[in-house]
Design a binder for this molecule. Structure first.
Ligand code: PRP
Ligand code: MN
Ligand code: MG
Length: 183
């Protein structure tokens, strides 16, 4: 018998705390984008849960599109390389764009993504990230909506994976070292 929780050292943020934070972010976004045609751009695959919950929490009429980029391999370290694996299907001209991410770790993915989307004629490109690690807080990339500032631990759950696992765990937890040190 094995359970996801066996691979976790501790729970960092509970499902309920996530829900409350998403509601809080949604109220700010509603106030900032009232009367606008907001396009949420989710970054596959980690942002799937945040997108689904944030979109349903918003009382604004929104549209959703998706991008897949890659900065990690299957390990825990950022490779420094960002590739577009799937581009948007939406024309950004005149649009208010809000990039939705699960986590900002090194900040590499988002600084690259914001610059890339910024060349496509959008009215504005802002960022909403549920989690932010300390390294990224120093970065020049301006993130309008941040859910939680978290310590420099390897976190999984609520969309976040380690080697594609744990995305369906409902809380956000810290991965136990035995999981990645044994590989
Ligand atoms: C993770 C995470 C962010 C990115 C953050 O995605 O979901 O998108 O890394 O890292 P950075 O700030 O150092 O660039 P990952 O590349 O693991 O792909 P995934 O979303 O499919 O898990
Ligand atoms: Mn991701
Ligand atoms: Mg990942």
């Amino acid at each position: 018998h094995s359970d996801i929780a066996d691979d976790l050292e501790s729970v960092l943020i509970t499902e309920q705390e996530i829900r409350d934070k998403i509601a809080e972010l949604a109220r700010r976004i509603e106030a900032d984008y009232a009367g606008e045609r907001l396009l949420l751009v989710g970054v596959l695959r980690g942002a799937v849960m945040v997108m689904a919950d944030l979109a349903r929490e918003l009382s604004l009429p929104i549209e959703m599109d998706w991008m897949a980029v890659s900065s990690y391999g299957s390990g825990t370290q950022s490779s420094g390389v960002v590739r577009i694996l799937k581009d948007l299907d939406t024309d950004l001209h005149g649009r208010k764009v809000l990039i939705v991410e699960d986590i900002i770790d090194s900040g590499l993915t988002l600084s690259w993504l914001r610059a890339n989307l910024g060349t496509r004629g959008a009215d504005s490109v802002e960022i909403c990230a549920l989690l932010r690690k300390p390294a990224a807080a120093k970065l020049a990339v301006d993130v309008r909506y941040v859910g939680f500032e978290i310590p420099n631990a390897f976190v999984v759950g609520y969309g976040l994976d380690y080697a594609e696992k744990y995305r369906n765990y409902r809380d956000i937890g810290i991965l136990a070292p035995h999981v990645y040190s044994s590989q």
